[in-house]
Design a protein. Structure first.
Length: 402
């Protein structure tokens, strides 16, 4: 059972992140969650995935992170904003609402196969010119908000939130170029269209493979993973599959179960690889629960390391070409993250040239020197440094495998 002292220590660990919230408020949230967890645990169906202490710790962490008292209220872009960061957000999405990003990219992908990259860029240049300065303000605003919370920059804040050690971040900086070369060496030897390396295309090698494993979704994919990691079989009745706007994995504390959602827009190949990825997270969570470790205590980064090791092993066993395509796909994560790191370091530099340079470093066959698509990339604009744990994990693991 989690003691009152342990609950207090959990609360104190959140004080650097929530500097405007008093310890008393955190304790109130945590103690209520702990009491509810103890009552709920006895009602959970057996076999349970973890013991009472681990379950209670997870519930306490989850309550603190999700409680409305700690979260920033949504910004209404129609109202004048006094805060400089809120104003930057409103200014950006007044020009291009976030919900229109997917629709715009659908149109771009269709044009990319029949029109030149230069022509598409010419047509979109007026929009990009409006957004360029707004993105600089957005980047500076995030840095300023991080500074108010005691961090040097947005990057330092994100490293802290995901509990990424500075040592691992330095390993990333030191080895990223070597890993880029390794990923390039893994690009499958398949025929690619001329427009493949356009900035208006998604560089997906998986979809270009001439052959692909045929496993029925989701049952045969689950059986393939469970054969390698039998712990899944014990808790099969506690794993549910669903469709959603994006692919996610979530532990549901109310039923001591796991909900795996796969993006509706995925084709059959991406449904397979996405499910393997999310099942990798499920395996990692079950293994950690068994050890008395809950994923929220350690943060997202350690769970990404565990899941990436598992999925890499699975892809190797599934197909050599699928594994190569997945490794080559790491290039897309790396160029987006490297760009954001540099943009937060110096927002006033020529960002389209910077993005183009990094894009070409990862994909040498790219033609144009300037790349403006960061301005309509949801992960970059709206979900700042979201994939940083993925990128650092991938570099750490792949650099050790070379």
């Amino acid at each position: 059972m989690l003691s009152d002292r342990q609950v207090e220590l959990i609360c104190k660990s959140y004080l650097p992140r929530y500097q405007n919230v008093k310890l008393e408020i955190l304790l109130e949230i945590a103690q209520s969650a702990a009491k509810e967890a103890r009552e709920s645990y006895e009602k959970l169906p057996v076999p349970r995935t973890c013991d009472l202490t681990t379950y209670t710790r997870y519930c306490v962490n989850g309550a603190i992170v999700s409680d409305v008292k700690l979260n920033v209220k949504p910004i209404n872009s129609d109202k004048p904003q006094k805060n400089s960061f809120n104003r930057a957000v409103a200014d950006y999405f007044n020009i291009i609402p976030l919900e229109s990003f997917d629709r715009l990219w659908t149109q771009i992908y269709k044009r990319n196969q029949t029109e030149t990259e230069a022509q598409i860029l010419k047509d979109l240049k007026p929009l990009f010119n409006k957004l360029k300065s707004k993105y600089v303000n957005l980047t500076k605003g995030r840095n300023q908000e991080a500074e108010k919370r005691g961090y040097k920059s947005q990057l330092e804040l994100i490293l802290e939130i995901h509990q990424i050690p500075q040592e691992d971040y330095q390993v990333f900086l030191k080895n990223k170029d070597k890993v880029i070369e390794y990923c390039q060496s893994q690009i499958p030897r398949v025929e690619l269209p001329d427009w493949f390396y356009s900035q208006f295309n998604s560089q997906c090698y998986l979809c270009k493979l001439p052959e692909f494993p045929k496993l029925k979704y989701p049952d045969e994919i689950f059986e393939f993973v469970a054969k390698e990691y039998p712990i899944l079989k014990k808790f099969r009745h506690k794993i549910r599959f669903a469709e959603s706007s994006s692919s996610t994995f979530r532990y549901v504390k109310e039923s001591d179960s796991f909900l795996i959602s796969i993006a509706k827009k995925h084709n059959s190949r991406h449904r397979l690889t996405a499910l393997i990825h999310e099942l990798g997270h499920t395996v990692a969570a079950l293994q950690n629960f068994k050890k008395g470790i809950d994923p929220l205590t350690n943060g997202r980064y350690p769970s990404e390391i565990d899941a990436f090791k598992i999925e890499s092993n699975l892809f190797k066993k599934l197909s050599a070409q699928v594994y190569q395509a997945e490794v080559a796909g790491t290039l897309s994560t790396l160029y987006e993250i490297i760009f954001q790191i540099e943009a937060y370091r110096n927002p006033d530099q020529n960002l389209p040239v910077l993005y183009g340079k990094i894009f070409k470093h990862c994909f040498p066959k790219a033609k144009l020197k300037e790349n403006y698509t960061y301005l309509i990339n949801e992960d970059i604009v709206a979900l700042s440094l979201r994939t940083l744990p993925h990128a650092i994990t991938q570099v750490k693991i792949l650099s050790s495998q070379r």
